[in-house]
Design a protein around this ligand. Structure first.
Ligand code: TYD
Length: 208
């Protein structure tokens, strides 16, 4: 439970459509007169900016363990700076990526979940996390052109996807098939978000 607001995270491999769905969800909430904030990880704070420079560096790349520490530091900073204060003000926070990106991406490079979870123990838990699930072929096709980060190659994306699906099996995140037309994906995402907001008394339980 996160104060009076609600915390929703969107996850998926690169090219899964997270930023589009975050925008469409934000617009849906605004139309209903609900106040939301859009955010993402790596964050726009100092650690997030440092991470972006690191993961864009194709040669001499940083170790997965060092990156796990940086992503956790960025997350705790992001939580203090933006997530917790927004939830306390009763806002709905929509985050493009969160803890599950660390479990999937750094996990895919051999870092243990136990350690990643320990590093992130103080980060607030989302009320809902939606996995936009696409195949690596679809993701890579949607990104197009040359990879922008060290993570954008099909073999790694396949391992990342498998770990996300394990989190679905464990009931931590909810899978939405994002290979389908955008309208259908959007409808499923809206239903999940509305169900959460009804459960939390943020919208009327009888409204559509
Ligand atoms: P991404 O969402 O692709 O940023 P943009 O759309 O602006 O290019 O995020 C950058 C990369 O960071 C992405 O490939 C996943 C990776 N990442 C991790 O490996 N671990 C994490 O904990 C997070 C938040 C992101």
């Amino acid at each position: 439970m996160n104060g009076k607001g609600a915390f929703i995270a969107f996850e998926g491999i690169d090219g899964s459509g997270k930023s589009t769905l975050v925008r469409l969800t934000y617009e849906m909430l605004s139309r209903r007169g609900l106040q939301a904030v859009r955010t993402k990880e790596p964050s726009s704070g100092p650690i997030g900016r440092f991470i972006r420079a690191q993961i864009g560096e194709m040669d001499g790349r940083m170790s997965a363990w060092a990156l796990a520490l940086l992503f956790a530091a960025d997350r705790l900073d992001h939580a203090e700076r933006l997530i917790r204060p927004s939830l306390e003000r009763g806002l709905i926070v929509l985050s493009d990526r969160y803890l599950y990106s660390s479990l999937a991406y750094q996990g895919a490079e051999g870092v243990s979940w136990e350690w990643i979870r320990e590093l992130n123990r103080l980060a607030p838990k989302p009320d809902l996390c939606i996995l936009l699930d696409v195949s690596p072929e679809t993701g890579m096709r949607r990104i197009g052109g040359r990879p922008k980060t060290i993570f954008e190659n099909e073999r790694l994306q396949e391992r990342v996807r498998r770990l996300y699906l394990e989190l679905v099996e464990e009931g931590e995140i909810i899978r939405v098939d994002a290979e389908r037309p955008l309208k259908e994906v959007q409808r499923d995402v809206n239903l999940l978000v509305q169900e959460l907001l009804k459960g939390r008394g943020i919208i009327d339980s009888k409204s559509q």
